[in-house]
Write a protein that binds this ligand. Structure first.
Ligand SMILES: *[C@@H]1O[C@H](CO)[C@@H](O)[C@H](O)[C@H]1NC(C)=O
Ligand SMILES: *[C@@H]1O[C@H](CO)[C@@H](O)[C@H](O)[C@H]1NC(C)=O
Ligand SMILES: *[C@@H]1O[C@H](CO)[C@@H](O)[C@H](O)[C@H]1NC(C)=O
Ligand SMILES: *[C@@H]1O[C@H](CO)[C@@H](O)[C@H](O)[C@H]1NC(C)=O
Ligand SMILES: *[C@@H]1O[C@H](CO)[C@@H](O)[C@H](O)[C@H]1NC(C)=O
Ligand SMILES: *[C@@H]1O[C@H](CO)[C@@H](O)[C@H](O)[C@H]1NC(C)=O
Length: 338
């Protein structure tokens, strides 16, 4: 027991060490609505984010957490330039799980990164416009890949498995490595079984109002998330071995960090009412009528007491907490980085 603990401790120091020594000036993010600021709304608006896209912030537009999304806070806490390519509704690859969201991570989002940062000089050679030692790539995707109209509803193609979803994330990292990126973090999937949508209740929600077996969904989601995270973890280890000292790659245990918030609410949630990690602020009184959403919401003063904004999305305060823990990870001080 003592020996195991000792090995674990050395490992945390070793993995944190590489990050503590580094100078991070920018963070590049790929993902879905858990990370998107305004790209999906821009697409819905009929415009398509292109080179040098400027994110839109409240009050002009609110992210899926009801406010400002966590990458902005990460930029604030670490004085980093944020390049946020995450887009609501996205999956890793539309070839694997086409759930009708245009901007997949490995295709469209990677393409935006190339437009912004890869300089082609007239030959086949390309060059990054950032110093590889000074920026970090964070990939945080998977919620929609395993979710509605996909694995949880048996909507996926019969030829696609969770293994393919994990491989897609690793392929995204390989592609970015080929472009010159050298520092990577893969965020694990969060405990989706704790969201209202994937809880064991069979009651309708705004995201899925049709009858369904809540107990079955809840167990399946638990299984999907744990399996994905194990696949990602071994994939990250394999990439670390493959790249050796050419690159730094770690996993951020988003799952574990969300569990910590869930189990210690008072430490993380600071609105005007007691911390609440089971309900959510944003209400849709009629699950069949989007236009009623917002009726019965918690007040602005109460918001930061909630872990969840709605049936699926973490709250802005959860995002601030994630941003702070990620900042600690980038400076070698988080036990959730390994
Ligand atoms: C959507 O379009 C409106 C009107 O042009 C604009 O004010 C708003 O900023 C746009 N929102 C996003 C997220 O692009
Ligand atoms: C924040 O980052 C910018 C650009 O990298 C730098 O010029 C500035 O000095 C930094 N500010 C602080 C307070 O570290
Ligand atoms: C393009 O970049 C490559 C690699 O950096 C370099 O070898 C080549 O000379 C460059 N070509 C031009 C036309 O600048
Ligand atoms: C549903 O989950 C709750 C805890 O969140 C538990 O108390 C309850 O027994 C579960 N119900 C069923 C039918 O599994
Ligand atoms: C809660 O804490 C965050 C920092 O995590 C802070 O930015 C926010 O303003 C606080 N919320 C309230 C309502 O005091
Ligand atoms: C948490 O918030 C929900 C509203 O979404 C409410 O129904 C529930 O009673 C609250 N739970 C606690 C323990 O305050």
């Amino acid at each position: 027991m003592a020996l195991l603990f000792f090995i674990g401790w050395v490992w945390v120091l070793a993995s944190g060490g590489a990050w503590a020594k580094a100078t991070t000036k920018a963070v590049v993010l790929f993902g879905d609505s858990y990370t998107d600021q305004s790209r999906q709304h821009s697409i819905q608006n009929g415009s398509f984010p292109g080179k040098d896209y400027q994110e839109i912030f409240p009050p002009a537009d609110t992210a899926a957490d009801g406010g400002v999304q966590w990458p902005w806070y990460l930029g604030l806490y670490g004085n980093y330039t944020i390049w946020n390519y995450a887009t609501g509704g996205s999956v890793c690859s539309n070839d694997l799980t086409p759930i009708n969201a245009p901007a997949d991570v490995i295709g469209v989002q990677a393409g935006w990164f190339i437009q912004d940062h890869v300089v082609f000089n007239g030959t086949k050679k390309q060059k990054l416009d950032m110093d590889p030692d000074e920026f970090v790539v964070i990939v945080f995707i998977g919620t929609n890949d395993v979710g509605l109209n996909s694995f949880v509803t048996d909507g996926e193609s019969p030829a696609v498995s969770l293994v393919d979803l994990a491989h897609c994330q690793l392929q995204q990292l390989r592609n970015l490595f080929a472009l010159g990126a050298r520092r990577f973090i893969v965020n694990s999937l969060i405990p989706l079984e704790l969201t209202r949508l994937y809880s064991n209740s069979s009651d309708p929600t705004i995201y899925f109002s049709a009858p369904h077996d809540g107990v079955a969904w809840n167990k399946r989601m638990f299984n999907f998330v744990h399996t994905m995270n194990a696949l990602l973890r071994s994939g990250v280890s394999a990439l670390r071995a493959e790249w050796g000292n050419l690159a730094t790659i770690n996993m951020f245990d988003t799952y574990g960090f969300f569990e910590e918030m869930y189990n210690n609410p008072a430490k993380f949630f600071n609105g005007s009412i007691p911390a609440n990690v089971t309900g959510h602020c944003h209400q849709c009184p009629d699950p069949n009528d989007f236009t009623q959403c917002g009726i019965g919401d918690c007040t602005l003063a109460q918001r930061d007491s909630y872990m969840w904004w709605d049936e699926l999305h973490p709250s802005e305060q959860t995002g601030r907490n994630l941003a702070m823990e990620t900042f600690k990870a980038l400076t070698g001080r988080s036990k959730y980085l390994s």
